[in-house]
Design a protein around this ligand. Structure first.
Ligand SMILES: *[C@@H]1O[C@H](CO)[C@@H](O)[C@H](O)[C@H]1NC(C)=O
Ligand SMILES: *[C@@H]1O[C@H](CO)[C@@H](O)[C@H](O)[C@H]1NC(C)=O
Ligand SMILES: *[C@@H]1O[C@H](CO)[C@@H](O)[C@H](O)[C@H]1NC(C)=O
Length: 296
């Protein structure tokens, strides 16, 4: 069963314009990274895989893009061998297949960013972004793997951790305030000469599992009852399967209905002070919104 959207695509060629009909199958293709690091040294490799939702796979062939440029390959897996600095950037893919009505394509995937570093040190960070409470692993990798004598981790340009001896790994149980720009410096001695290299800085994003809710009051004039909708906005970032979340709504400190997995309820318009609360019992999380006042 193919649901299709027909699009009229006008592409402009140097001297004339051609109109072609392209059909788009609304499958959300994605790029999966098979090798673990998105930050590599020039000369190293990275492997990507194009995922088309299950069941649709066998009949598609694959289009790959580096930025806006289409690459000359049509396989499911894409390996970048012996990467050059200019080959860094965003990679995305798309599925295509021939049908009676002409070629149809999936939607283009979200891009995956590969950094190819031509320098001597890189700071590899996994997983990324990271949730509050998770362990962030940071590794200061040095080209040709010399035996290090000291590794310093900087956050926002200030020394954050220091390790002596051959251990380029830092494990960090993250708090929200650990978000920032990280870099590392590695030092080693070779033939009685001391060498020191510093990596490019990497932004580390930290997500809260449950953000502070924001209550929105939407007035609705659907006579005869004059009602309003209370909407509790938040972001719930939990790896699947995410434990259930419940929402609670309050007016002047009194709960308005039983808890629900829905983030909104319809109530009568009445002046008062409103707030909402979200709870994830399995993760022992509970957060309140700021109150909002509805005047007469
Ligand atoms: C792509 O790579 C994955 C993981 O290594 C493998 O399972 C799969 O068979 C590969 N696909 C092809 C067409 O080689
Ligand atoms: C970081 O954690 C890994 C296991 O996840 C462990 O192998 C490694 O020794 C730890 N590194 C440090 C510096 O604690
Ligand atoms: C809530 O309290 C305010 C004053 O603090 C009052 O004006 C309003 O009527 C109260 N609302 C309800 C529904 O009790």
């Amino acid at each position: 069963m193919d649901t299709m959207i027909f699009l009229l695509v006008i592409s402009t060629l140097p001297s004339f314009a051609v109109a072609e009909v392209l059909s788009v199958a609304p499958f959300h293709t994605s790029v999966e990274q098979l090798t673990s690091n998105s930050r590599i040294f020039s000369g190293e490799g990275v492997q990507l895989r194009c995922r088309i939702p299950e069941g649709q796979k066998s009949t598609w062939h694959y289009l790959w893009f580096h930025g806006a440029t289409q690459l000359p390959l049509s396989t499911e897996n894409f390996t970048l061998w012996n990467a050059k600095v200019k080959e860094g950037g965003e990679y995305s893919c798309q599925g295509e297949r021939d049908t009676m009505v002409g070629p149809i394509r999936t939607l283009k995937s979200q891009p995956v960013e590969i950094h190819v570093d031509g320098g001597w040190a890189i700071l590899q960070v996994t997983p990324h972004p990271v949730l509050v409470g998770e362990t962030l692993k940071m590794t200061c990798r040095v080209r040709r793997n010399p035996k290090l004598s000291e590794v310093i981790l900087y956050k926002d340009g200030v020394e954050f951790r220091r390790q002596s001896g051959f251990n380029p790994h830092f494990n960090l149980t993250v708090r929200l305030e650990d978000q920032g720009l990280y870099s590392c410096r590695a030092t080693w001695t070779m033939q009685r000469r001391s060498h020191s290299v510093i990596s490019v800085a990497t932004q580390v994003y930290v997500l809260e599992v449950l953000t502070k809710p924001v209550l929105e009051i939407v007035l609705e004039d659907n006579t005869p009852t004059v009602s309003m909708r209370l909407v509790c906005h938040l972001q719930y970032n939990s790896p699947a399967p995410a434990p259930p979340i419940s929402y609670y709504f309050y007016r002047n400190g009194t709960q308005l209905s039983t808890s629900s997995s829905e983030n909104n309820i319809l109530v009568n318009q009445k002046p008062g002070q409103y707030s909402c609360k979200a709870r994830v019992p399995k993760l022992d999380l509970l957060r309140w919104s700021d109150p909002k006042t509805l005047e007469k």
